[in-house]
Design a protein around this ligand. Structure first.
Ligand SMILES: NC(=O)c1ccc[n+]([C@@H]2O[C@H](COP(=O)([O-])OP(=O)(O)OC[C@H]3O[C@@H](n4cnc5c(N)ncnc54)[C@H](OP(=O)(O)O)[C@@H]3O)[C@@H](O)[C@H]2O)c1
Length: 242
């Protein structure tokens, strides 16, 4: 069903919540998983638990991404590494924070696609890439000027990459999750005056779990989605549909 048995798949953000859940699901599906992030201890703990390999690098550095991916045989990529930045309006935003959010979430994901796709094309076996975007790219969320912009850029990287890589049988898709209560989101969405009204507007009316994001990622990565490329798939309990 998934067709991932024995295939080498890189997961960035694997030291975090959604990335860690994705590594566990991919290992279950038989993929050879390279777990990436900067926190070597967290990656080693995940490797001891799941049997995944580790490939630490810094998404903010082209040299670091190139050195890690230049000689690595990759069939699939989950671009899950990300940085939340700040909650601010366009009138008050700190442009240094904006630059860093774009640097990690959009530029970093593009760097991974750049070097991983070179290996995929060289190997001639096709491939699949899933970018972890956000509901914040699809609608305007208060305070999300930097983060939403970075994820909107990522969705366009998805579409253009799907266009350019299709002829090599490499598919590229995004998932656009709602809030999962990981370290990244708790400080803001965990406040009752913020989270309460938001959940009232969402048809399913609850936060997503890490696994509810990981399973659709594995679906899009694998053969069950063999005719799907260039999409941004909301995983948002219906929030952006209403
Ligand atoms: N949680 C949510 O509500 C939510 C909703 C929608 C979308 N998302 C997206 O889902 C993805 C995962 O989020 P999460 O909630 O699981 O966050 P998390 O637990 O905070 O994990 C973030 C991950 O990104 C990695 N990372 C950050 N900066 C990096 C850098 N410069 N170089 C390499 N790795 C870096 C971190 O690794 P190190 O710390 O080891 O460097 C960590 O593994 C992100 O792209 C996020 O934007 C999250």
């Amino acid at each position: 069903m998934w067709g991932l048995q024995g295939k080498p798949v890189l997961v960035t953000g694997a030291s975090g919540g959604i990335g860690g859940a994705t590594v566990r699901r991919l290992v279950e599906a038989g993929a050879v998983v390279y777990a990436s992030g900067r926190s070597v201890d967290a990656l080693n703990t995940l490797a001891a638990e799941t049997g995944c390999k580790t490939l630490p690098f810094d998404l903010a550095s082209e040299e670091s991404v190139r050195a890690a991916l230049g000689g690595t045989d990759i069939w699939g990529v989950v671009n899950c590494g990300g940085f939340g930045g700040e909650i601010a309006t366009p009138m008050e935003t700190d442009i240094a924070v904006f630059d860093h959010v774009i640097n990690v979430n959009a530029r970093g994901a593009l760097l991974v696609i750049k070097y991983a796709s070179q290996s995929m094309i060289r190997n001639g076996r096709g491939g699949s890439i899933v970018n972890v975007s956000s509901q914040a790219s699809l609608v305007a969320l208060s305070g999300h000027i930097s983060y939403g912009s970075s994820k909107a850029a990522l969705d366009n990287i998805t579409r253009v990459s799907a266009l350019e890589l299709g002829k090599y049988n490499i598919r590229v898709n995004s998932v656009n999750p709602t809030v999962v209560m990981t370290e990244m989101s708790e400080f803001y969405w965990g406040r009752p005056e913020i989270g309460g009204p938001f959940l009232k507007q969402m048809p399913l009316g609850r936060w997503a779990t890490e696994d509810e994001i990981a399973v659709p990622i594995v679906f899009l990565l694998g053969d069950g989605a063999s005719m799907i490329t260039g999409v941004s798939l909301p995983i948002d309990g219906g929030f952006t549909a209403c």
